[in-house]
Design a protein around this ligand. Structure first.
Ligand code: KG4
Ligand code: ZN
Length: 361
């Protein structure tokens, strides 16, 4: 086992406690993800203190399980990679403290990793994708376009200026009385709905650039729902599915149109094998996926959507960043200090507060 490098990854920046063991030749020997949905469900969102405590309680079990499922011990590991930010600071600190303890006890090198780099480099772990490629991160906490030029070189083209799309799906589901997480329940309700029943706005659709806004869209759904309630005294199942379908169609139009512009900018770099990769929970949406697939095929760009467990938060992507950084002789974050904000492209940081889980980048 010692010949091929093996890295233990640790992730705790939001509400998933995760540990994974990944080899340098792209084999995921284990990937443990313990989500905290039950702990936060009564509060309508992630409570940072509860998340931090749960990470501190569960991280060592996740690491033990990851090592045991991979059938390795710390002696077989070459380095430890841990998310050092951006994210909810209590959770990030829990992971960093555990990783520092493990590294000190074992003498292994420790690499502080940016969580967003984990998402951004996942298509290299899953599909061995060559640089440069375009990345669309769309989840409950992230929304941005990046040109990924290397393991430590990112150009941020734009992103949300308010809510992340997954956050909008969750809020709209709540407005319509649908269950959480909102994305899948909106998608199901929308199947029997008419996506033209409500002419919801497409904020910033025609504005130059790749910035997006989802908060006004959510308010438009609220207004339409309230208008129906005051007219009929409540919303029917038909109203619910029409509202869901019209909302989903607006989000898809926004993501597809902004992706078209992002692809145009990216193609100006004349990449040899142009590709658009997606990551994040919203990338699971059938309509969004179909829209992006159709767009990329029209623009002769390859479309890469990693399997869902690797699109959403996990520690395999963090271990993988460890490999990528070691390959180019990069030490990771130095000194290793947990950071709530850590923009990938310091020249173009995202807006403060964007994303339901706090400022992510
Ligand atoms: O990437 P993720 O698991 O966690 C972070 O937010 O970091 O993404 C979760 C988000 C939730 O907001 C959820 O509603 C959304 O992704 N989501 C979807 C779908 N499945 C999950 N949104 C739209 N359609 C879906 N099928
Ligand atoms: Zn994430």
């Amino acid at each position: 086992m010692k010949d091929i490098e093996i890295i233990l990854g640790i992730e705790s920046s939001c509400d998933d406690t995760a540990a994974a063991v990944v080899t340098a030749d792209r084999r995921i020997l284990s990937s443990i993800v313990a989500d905290q949905t039950m702990l936060h469900s009564a509060f309508g969102g992630v409570v940072p203190e509860i998340a931090a405590r749960a990470h501190a309680e569960k991280l060592d079990f996740a690491v033990e399980q990851a090592l045991s499922e991979a059938d390795v011990t710390l002696k077989d590991i070459h380095a430890i990679a841990v998310t050092a930010g951006p994210g909810l600071i209590g959770g990030v600190m829990s992971g960093v403290m555990l990783a520092k303890g493990l590294a000190t006890g074992s003498g292994l090198p420790l690499i502080g990793v940016n969580h967003l780099v984990g998402h951004a480099l996942t298509p290299r772990l899953t599909d061995d994708l060559a640089f440069p490629y375009l990345m669309l991160l769309v989840s409950g906490g992230h929304c941005q376009f990046l040109i990924v030029n290397g393991p430590d070189q990112f150009e941020r083209l734009g992103g949300t200026i308010d809510d992340a799309p997954g956050e909008a799906f969750d809020k709209v589901a709540r407005l319509l009385g649908l269950s959480q997480p909102g994305g899948p329940s909106i998608e199901i309700a929308a199947q029997s709905g008419n996506d033209k029943a409500f002419a919801f706005p497409r904020p910033l659709l025609n504005r130059d650039g790749m910035d997006m806004s989802f908060s006004g869209l959510k308010t438009a759904v609220l207004r339409s729902r309230d208008a129906i309630i005051s007219e009929k005294g409540g919303i029917s199942l038909k109203d619910q599915s029409d509202l869901a379908a019209s909302f989903q169609s607006a989000v898809t139009d926004l993501l597809v149109e902004k992706s078209r512009r992002a692809i145009q900018v990216y193609l100006e770099q004349s990449p040899v094998q142009p590709a658009l990769a997606v990551a994040g929970g919203v990338a699971a949406n059938t309509l969004v996926r179909a829209g992006l697939k159709d767009l990329t095929s029209k623009m002769s760009v390859e479309f890469i959507a990693p399997p869902l467990p690797l699109c959403t938060d996990n520690a395999a992507m963090i271990a993988w960043v460890g490999h990528e950084l070691r390959r180019i002789g990069h030490p990771g974050m130095t000194p290793l200090v947990p950071r709530p904000r850590w923009p990938l492209d310091p020249r173009r940081p995202s807006m403060l507060g964007s994303g339901k889980k706090g400022a992510k980048a």
